[in-house]
Design a protein around this ligand. Structure first.
Ligand SMILES: [Zn+2]
Length: 235
């Protein structure tokens, strides 16, 4: 979902390098990147899977783990290419890629890192969609079709959702970088205001539609963006 765009933000709202080192505690690595998975991640993945038979729930959770890891790996590989040392964490509401040794990045480089995550998901989900449209999946067994449907929804859904211009989603980082290129330092505040407007709108819509999960998410994101906005305006 998110990544740590600049060293300054590393200190502000992300674990610092020392903490990141502690998080390596489990000692898991994927393609050389330190990986930590919070137990809450599995619970949330299970809950958003809805009511299915236990076997299909396990398949769903596996597809979510692989899909979100693939997304974070997109950020991590581009970050490594740009000379950073990425680590990956999966937590209750998604994934995060951060840097053990951050260094300043240009807005263009930040946009590249931001786009890489959703691009992986859209490529994976898009491949399934294209294969289905081309008739390649005709005759597939119901079980295979079920797994492919899960892969399609998780990867394409997560990819597109993350492109919404709301911080700390990837689309929010892209909006902030583009606004910084266009408006300078004030651009970041503009992106933050856009995040607040959109999260309030989504929260209000969810309230009227009875979508409680989305409403909670809207409230959490609104509060965090208002706090960040106040901190950025005070600077
Ligand atoms: Zn992301």
């Amino acid at each position: 979902m998110e990544y740590d765009p600049t060293p300054s933000h590393h200190e502000e709202d992300r674990p610092g390098p020392g903490v990141a080192d502690d998080r390596r505690g489990g000692g898991w690595r994927i393609f050389g990147f330190p990986l930590q998975i919070d137990p809450w991640f599995f619970l949330t993945a299970w809950l958003i899977g809805g009511r299915q038979e236990p076997l299909w729930m396990v398949v769903w959770v596996l597809v979510v783990v692989v899909g979100i890891l693939a997304h974070e790996l997109g950020h991590a590989f581009v970050g490594r290419k740009l000379g950073m040392e990425p680590w990956i964490r999966l937590f209750a509401f998604g994934g995060m890629t951060g840097w053990s040794r951050p260094r300043p990045l240009s807005s263009g480089q930040q946009i590249l890192i931001s786009i890489a995550g959703p691009a992986v998901g859209i490529a994976i989900g898009g491949s399934v969609l294209v294969a289905a449209q081309a008739g390649l999946l005709v005759g597939a067994s119901p079980a295979v079709a079920h797994v492919l449907r899960d892969i399609l929804w998780v990867n394409l859904g997560w990819g597109i959702l993350n492109l919404l211009p709301i911080l700390p989603l990837d689309g929010g980082h892209i909006a902030a970088s583009v606004a910084t290129i266009l408006l300078g330092a004030k651009g970041r505040i503009g992106a933050r205001v856009l995040s607040v407007v959109l999260t309030v709108a989504i929260g209000l819509w969810a309230l009227t539609a009875g979508q409680w999960w989305i409403m909670v998410l809207g409230v959490v994101l609104t509060v965090s963006n208002v706090q960040a906005l106040r901190a950025e305006m005070a600077q």
